[in-house]
Structures are given as structure tokens and as C-alpha cells.
Design a protein around this ligand. Structure first.
Ligand code: F6P
Length: 466
């Protein structure tokens, strides 16, 4: 088996995995892959230093070697807060209204990708598979090729890929995608994002694209593009769900709701997650059924994220105001309809909350996949499962077709879905859950990493001598 060199913006060591649910699924997924293959996981330490030195901090935790570098203030501003999270993230989530473009941040993004390449190249042995992750590092493969690496290199995008008509609004879009075609294999979460990428390559670059096989021929080289829907670490989650910590968390929540039915949402505090729209839907539900304030409560867990980026500061303020307004107008002295919590929780606690909540609301406006949806399903009691209300715009909706699918922009649709979920007979809840749990259990993160790494290993190394 080939060793793996994984590169991603952040590196999360196994002991920090408790926050996987709210922080995105990348951490759990990559730890599992590295344990199996051996190798190293490289990325930013998350720490700021005065000047970039390139010093690598090597550590070993539970069988996984991590290699991290600190970044300077300007690098973090331009690469992470700037181009990655103020340009690419909103654009990839179809939010042209929030997409900012500044030449300086673009340069910072290129500079950090170059710094990453400089640090990673010496860690790579001849037969290693290199697996790069996410929108922070689109050009990294090309920078590694310039340093002479001939290894098989794969890239996985955890976010959506936008339609061509949106993507072309990015200055220098061709240059960015041309660098991506230096990877041998590019993975997307769903067929939808894959098709958009292939469409772009064909229409804008004039690449030869075979849509059935995902073979993209361009400028004398071949890239394969395929969909690999990411899953959760099912066994790990089940083990967490069985802990005393999970049981206590569930009991704590149930005791506090005093027999009211709990609905839950767990999301990073991000505008892509549709949180104000979700609150509007919940307000509509309570307006339609004012008496239900006494027997239904909604709990939103939303740990703050990317706090130095202005659009994230705005969404936080919007949510605080909205939650306050909704509660102010609908609370009684002894009951409050919405509990809004900014604190992060361990995966075990989340499992307890998921199981205690009879409805899980996962309603992003756009999401590459969304693993909270899968975690909610996995944590349910098979004898009395809760109902998942899922946005049709999350990648997960392509797999979890037995969820109650909604348009997150429509408060009426959300309110109706809540109504339907509250009235759903046990038999129907079980039928839907059994269909979903099968997918969640089988299409797990181990299968995802195996599928991607096996496909990458099976590709012929290309002749890059010319
Ligand atoms: O889901 C996308 C993603 O960037 C993940 O890679 C990451 O774990 C998560 O969002 C959290 O983002 P950040 O690293 O910016 O806090």
C-alpha cells in the first residue's frame, strides 16, 4: 500500500476530534485514512508568527504523523481571511453578493500555496500518493509539479463547485482551473458539482471532456474528475453515542425541556448554513401554531467561525438580533421558543443531543455535503427515530432522499415540514430512518477514503518529462 501525504489548510490531531460535527468532517475523515496508510498530514498550525520561517513542527498522535507550519499575520489575512474565505468560499456557495476580489489577497493566496509547496515537497517520497484538500489549496498541485514531483496527486473539494456562469465572474478563473488540471484525480462531493466543473473545463478552457468517465484532456495531460460523497466515521460515532457523556448530555437536554419536543440544529456559524432563514421558518411555524410554544422548543448550536471575516461578523449580528426578536415576540414568562448557543460541544455530547431531539434541522442554502445530517441520522434510537428535515441544496440530499426535503429559502416550506415531522407516525419515521441509516452506515468515511485512494493509486503516473 502506498504511503499517503495529505495536505489541507488545517491539521486536526485525533484528540481534537470531539468537535468534528460542528467543525466540518475533514478532520475525522483524514485521521482515519492516515492511520491505515501511514504517511504524514501537512498543514497550517492555526498559529500566527511574526514572519514565516518554514520551520516544520512534526508530531505523532495515535499513529498519525502531523507536520505543521505557522503563518505570518499578512499570510493569514490575505490567504485565509482574504482569498480563501472572502473570495472562494462565498463564490463556491453561489454568493456573488458576498464575494470580494482584491488583487493583494489573490497574491497572498498564491504566496501561501508556494510556501506550502516548499515545505511539503521534501516530505514526499517517490511512491507516495499526495492528496490535497479543499479550496484553500487549489494551485498546490501545480506548485509541487514545478518542484519536480511526478507522484500521483489527487485533490478533493469539500465545497460545492459553482455553475460556470457564476464562476466566470472570478478574475483569472482560467488560470486557477488550469493549475487544478495538474492533479491526476479531482474529487467532488456530488454529481452536480462534478458536472459544473466538467462544463467549465469544456466551455471555457476548450478541454476535451468525456462526461461518462470524467476524463478531462487538456494541454497534453489527462485529469480524471469523479464524485466521491464523503461519509462519517460511523463506528466512531456509534461508540461516542454509547458513552456516559452522550447519555448525560441527552438527559440534561430532556430534563431542561420539561416534556417539550426538542428540535435541534448544529452548524458552524456560517451564512451558507441558512440560519436566519431557518429561524424565519421556525417563527412561521409558531405563528401558525401559537399554542405550540408550550410544547416545542428549538435549540440551535452555532459555534462562531472565521471571526475575523466581516461577512461572518455580520451574520452573527443578524442571528443574535433575529433570535432575540423571535423570542421577544413569542416567549411567555416561563417558556422560550428558541435557545441559541454559540458554544461548541464534543461529538459525544452532540450525539446525546441529536438522540434527544425528535427533529433535526439541517437547512443550508448551499453545502458541499453536510455531515451533521448524517450524524443526526446515525445517533437516532432505532426504535423511536427522529425526523431529519434537510435542505434540497445540501449535497447530502442526493443520498438521504428519505429525509423531509425542503427549500430553505421558504419559511412556509420549513413550517410545513416541521408540522409534518411532529405528526409523523412511528411507522413512517422508522421506514425513512431505516433507508437513511443504510446509506450512512455503508457510505462511511472509510469507504470514501478507500474509493478515492484506490482510484488514485490505480492511475498510471503520467509522463511529465516534457
Ligand atoms: O467544510 C469546509 C471547511 O473548510 C473544512 O475544511 C473545515 O474543517 C471547516 O470548513 C471549518 O473551517 P475553518 O477551518 O475555516 O475553521
Amino acid at each position: 500500500m502506498n504511503r499517503l501525504v495529505v495536505v489541507s489548510n488545517r491539521v486536526a490531531v485525533p484528540k481534537a476530534r470531539g468537535v468534528a460535527g460542528a467543525q466540518g468532517g475533514l478532520a475525522g475523515a483524514l485521521n482515519a485514512a492516515l492511520k491505515k496508510h501511514g504517511g504524514v498530514w501537512f498543514g497550517w498550525s492555526g498559529q500566527e508568527c511574526e514572519e514565516f520561517t518554514g520551520n516544520i513542527n512534526l508530531q505523532r498522535h495515535e499513529g498519525v504523523t502531523t507536520a505543521t507550519v505557522d503563518l505570518g499575520h499578512q499570510d493569514i489575512e490575505e490567504y485565509y481571511n482574504g482569498y480563501a474565505n472572502s473570495t472562494l468560499w462565498p463564490l463556491f456557495h453561489f454568493r456573488l453578493d458576498l464575494t470580494e476580489y482584491e488583487r493583494e489577497t489573490g497574491k497572498g493566496y498564491e504566496r501561501v500555496n508556494e510556501r506550502f509547496a516548499e515545505s511539503v515537497a521534501p516530505l514526499v517520497d517517490r511512491d507516495d500518493l499526495v492528496w490535497v484538500h479543499d479550496y484553500h489549496l487549489l494551485p498546490l498541485g501545480a506548485r509541487l509539479r514545478e518542484r519536480g514531483l511526478r507522484n500521483r496527486m489527487g485533490f478533493f473539494l469539500h465545497t460545492p463547485w459553482p455553475p460556470t456562469r457564476l464562476f466566470v465572474s472570478l478574475p483569472y478563473h482560467e488560470r486557477l482551473v488550469r493549475t487544478m488540471l495538474e492533479y491526476d484525480l479531482i474529487g467532488f462531493q456530488t454529481d452536480e458539482w462534478l458536472e459544473s466543473f466538467c462544463h467549465y473545463c469544456k466551455k471555457e478552457l476548450g478541454a476535451e471532456v468525456d462526461e461518462d468517465s470524467g476524463r478531462i484532456a487538456y494541454d497534453g495531460r489527462v485529469t480524471h474528475a469523479r464524485a466521491y460523497p464523503i461519509g462519517i466515521d460511523y463506528e466512531h460515532l456509534m461508540a461516542q453515542a454509547e458513552t456516559g457523556e452522550a447519555r448525560q448530555a441527552g438527559q440534561r437536554l430532556l430534563a431542561s425541556t420539561r416534556r417539550r419536543t426538542a428540535m435541534i440544529g448544529v452548524d458552524r456559524l456560517d451564512y451558507s448554513k441558512g440560519l436566519p432563514e431557518r429561524l424565519d421558518g421556525i417563527a412561521r411555524f409558531f405563528d401558525n401554531h401559537p399554542e405550540r410554544v408550550r410544547d416545542v422548543v428549538f435549540i440551535q448550536i452555532a459555534p462562531p467561525s472565521r471571526e475575523d471575516v466581516e461577512s461572518y461578523q455580520r451574520i452573527r449580528a443578524t442571528l443574535e438580533q433575529k433570535a432575540g426578536q423571535i423570542n421577544g415576540a413569542r416567549s411567555e414568562v416561563d417558556v422560550v421558543p428558541i435557545r441559541y448557543v454559540n458554544k461548541g460541544h464534543s461529538l459525544a455530547e452532540l450525539c446525546g443531543f441529536y438522540r434527544a431531539a425528535k427533529i433535526g434541522l439541517v437547512t443550508p442554502l448551499r453545502d458541499g455535503m453536510n455531515l451533521v445530517a448524517k450524524e443526526y441520522v446515525a445517533a437516532q434510537d432505532p426504535e423511536d427515530p427522529g425526523v431529519l428535515i434537510l435542505s434540497r441544496f445540501a449535497g447530502a440530499a442526493r443520498q438521504l432522499t428519505d429525509a423531509v426535503l425542503v427549500n430553505p429559502h421558504s419559511p412556509d416550506d420549513l413550517a410545513q415540514a416541521i408540522d409534518m415531522a411532529l405528526c409523523m407516525p412511528l411507522e413512517e419515521r422508522k421506514r425513512r430512518w431505516e433507508a437513511m441509516i443504510k446509506t450512512v452506515r455503508e457510505d462511511n468515511v472509510q469507504r470514501w477514503t478507500e474509493n478515492f485512494t484506490n482510484d488514485l493509486a490505480a492511475l498510471q503516473p503520467q509522463d511529465r518529462s516534457g
